[in-house]
Design a protein around this ligand. Structure first.
Ligand SMILES: Cc1cc2nc3c(=O)[nH]c(=O)nc-3n(C[C@H](O)[C@H](O)[C@H](O)COP(=O)(O)O)c2cc1C
Length: 342
């Protein structure tokens, strides 16, 4: 696999970073991704106490001696974010990825602790702000991505624009990258690697409820919707989910506003974190019980390419070797990787 500025900076073998995946990104997944040579990320940390976060970080470290990171959402109130970030930095994580807000207030603390800072953005303007704030890596998220979607531009159009806007900072391509052809495309667009979410939901180690997993396996690229239907700490932020009964009933009711939606307030499932009302933006992780089909089933358009449940190491090795073969076939092996600045 080509070395890129990203693999050098992070000390990883493969130019692939696991995206934040909410509570699906627990220690078994983060550790397996890192052990396989990519960069694993613990996510969903907003729902954990700083003490639990420390325990999870230590669990990853007990499973692998490779670098790994944590993902934090910037829409959290400062008094919730601050102690969680402090716990991560004190535990000495190698990288922190931020999403949904301005990373500027946190960059210096991360650097002082020796962590690489990654910011996921959805536009050139946001990428420029992140670069000015001093982040080390920018992930450009195209609108085909699963989960909350920051911008409205496709990965193919956004990534080279962000690459040009923040050069020489390394850029990761996010959204729709689910196999080696996608990774090769990302590198060819000038990205230093890929930020992969949906494809890793199919990893054996991901904390994903069996029903959600079955829906992911059966879905094609045409089965997702870009919507603002599900609530959560993101206000009415847009997101991409699989079409399900909750979405269908809301559409059939004429897309009424919050407060008037069908089954509003009805509890559809429960988790150790409490009851889950119908429109709650949460992830159907392994510890959820109830009507999982009615919950938001986050997925990007790359879901059509994710067709097997396998160990994370296998997904990543396939992605890397297929990218390498694709680049070799297209450019005699030399051109696209050599264009990536080291
Ligand atoms: C189930 C799921 C949960 C997500 N949770 C988070 C999260 O907690 N933090 C975050 O920064 N991004 C989150 N995202 C968005 C991803 O970080 C990333 O932008 C996206 O998955 C990339 O596109 P892809 O899904 O097509 O690979 C989530 C995505 C999915 C599919």
């Amino acid at each position: 696999m080509p070395r890129t500025v990203l693999t050098e900076r992070l000390g990883i073998a493969l130019p692939i970073v696991q995206a934040g995946l909410g509570p699906a990104g627990r220690p078994p997944l983060a550790a397996s991704v890192s052990a396989a040579g990519a960069l694993g990320m613990l996510s969903g940390l907003g729902a954990l106490s700083p003490a639990s976060i420390r325990r999870e970080i230590r669990e990853v470290r007990a499973r692998t001696d490779r670098p790994f990171g944590v993902n934090l959402l910037l829409n959290a109130p400062p008094d919730a974010l601050q102690p969680r970030l402090a716990a991560c930095l004190e535990e000495g994580v190698s990288a922190v990825s931020f999403f949904w807000g301005d990373p500027a207030p946190h960059v210096e603390a991360c650097h002082r602790a020796g962590a690489v800072v990654l910011a996921c953005v959805g536009s050139v303007g946001e990428a420029r702000l992140a670069a000015a704030a001093g982040v080390d890596v920018v992930a450009a998220q195209g609108w085909e991505a699963g989960g909350h979607v920051r911008g409205e531009v496709s990965t193919l159009a956004l990534v080279p624009r962000v690459v040009d806007a923040v050069a020489p900072l390394p850029v990761l391509a996010a959204g729709g990258i689910a196999d080696g052809r996608g990774l090769a495309a990302a590198l060819t667009l000038g990205a230093a690697g890929a930020y992969v979410g949906t494809a890793l939901l199919l990893a054996e180690e991901a904390s994903v409820h069996p029903h959600y997993r079955a829906r992911l396996l059966a879905a094609t690229e045409a089965d997702t919707a870009h919507t603002r239907l599900f609530d959560g700490g993101f206000g009415s932020a847009p997101h991409r989910v699989l079409r399900n009964s909750t979405l269908a009933a809301w559409e059939a009711a004429g897309r009424p506003p919050p407060g008037q939606r069908p089954g509003e307030g009805q509890v559809v499932a429960t988790s150790p974190r409490g009851p889950i009302p119908r429109y709650r933006a949460t992830v159907a992780s392994l510890d959820v019980e109830g009507d999982v089909e009615a919950m938001p089933l986050w997925a990007g358009q790359g879901v059509g390419l994710a067709t097997r449940v396998r160990p994370a190491a296998e997904i990543l090795a396939d992605m890397a070797s297929c990218a390498e073969a694709t680049l070799r076939r297209l450019g005699g092996g030399a051109r696209p990787p050599a264009d990536i600045p080291l």
